[in-house]
Write a protein that binds this ligand. Sequence first.
Ligand SMILES: Nc1ncnc2c1ncn2[C@@H]1O[C@H](COP(=O)(O)OP(=O)(O)O)[C@@H](O)[C@H]1O
Ligand SMILES: [Mg+2]
Length: 356
Amino acid sequence: MDQGINYIGVDFGTFKTSAACSNGRREMLPTAVGWPKDHVARTMLGRDVIFGKEIQDFRLALNVVRPFERGVLKYVEQSEADMDGTKSDAHKEAAKLMLEHVVSQMRPTADQPIYGVIGAPSRASIKNKQVLLDAAKDAFDAVVIVSEPFTIAYGMNQLNDTLVVDIGAGTIDLCPMFGTYPTEEDQVTLSLGGDMVDEAFLNNMHEAYPEVQITANMAREIKEKFGFVHDLNEKAIVTLTAKGRPKQYDVTQPLKDACNTIVQPIVEGLYEVIAKLDPEYQRRMLNNILLGGGGSQLRGLDNLIEQGLKELGGGKVTKVYDSVFAGASGALKLAMNMPLEYWQTMRKRDQIRIAA
Ligand SMILES: Nc1ncnc2c1ncn2[C@@H]1O[C@H](COP(=O)(O)OP(=O)(O)O)[C@@H](O)[C@H]1O
Ligand SMILES: [Mg+2]
């Protein structure tokens, strides 16, 4: 490998984007771009575009665009999306700025090419991927788009006989690996994920403690801190306010019930993927189910899915070690393992590719 070349792997998710570079740098930030609302905000912030944690801190002074909001870029073509062209353009611009920002954060060596692999949602249509490629054109010298679950499997060296379940904020992607790029038909995408757990938790809290003041953001933070679905006698106690007064609340049951809502749909999704497979593969896949994405960190989820698979004769479920960077590291590994000539040819022809 040429030391001078900058290889970058990106996991471009709905909720968060993570990137890893061959120079050892890694970065994770929310998939969102903020523009100051007016000249007062512009002066206060001192910049035209805001990324990362500051978006949350200054959200009242910003117009925030999340390029992969449900229905935008991701699955629906512009004509079908419920919005006019202007909004869709803002999302495309946001996707482009995000990628440029992420690449600059990797501090690539100047005057050396930047070759990247981007993990995109597994069932994003060809047209959506084309939009992504356009967004990536300026930031990279050559780039390949692959499906997100594929990058997770590649990073873990599990390219064969593995069924990847990528549990993100808005979707859960189920993708069987047979040692090659998976096709769209093999995969199943469920329109639910961590966001749905947050919503269920909020509703359960309003029911259990109507007086408590809690926002969607707080609900997500509590879930990420305690989130569990197992049956041990563990309690989730948090300090919340009611009419401005802080008090401790036991949120164990509302949280657990909310976390549980995704278990059955995942098990049913697995049944659906398995049913499409050659019977010889079915058992091998069931014995090697790999959970990735932020939602895989719900404690006890692996066990509950295993229990749900008993009807199919059982299965074995494991989780990735590092749910934040599994996709980005896998994408980086793939970028570095691709033959240099492949990259050079692509660059020479000013080409960008969609691998899966
Ligand atoms: N420790 C955790 N426990 C439970 N859920 C988590 C945890 N960390 C992140 N999540 C959830 O994972 C989801 C985001 O998944 P992620 O794979 O990061 O995003 P993306 O949808 O961008 O691919 C969010 O709903 C987030 O709340
Ligand atoms: Mg993801």
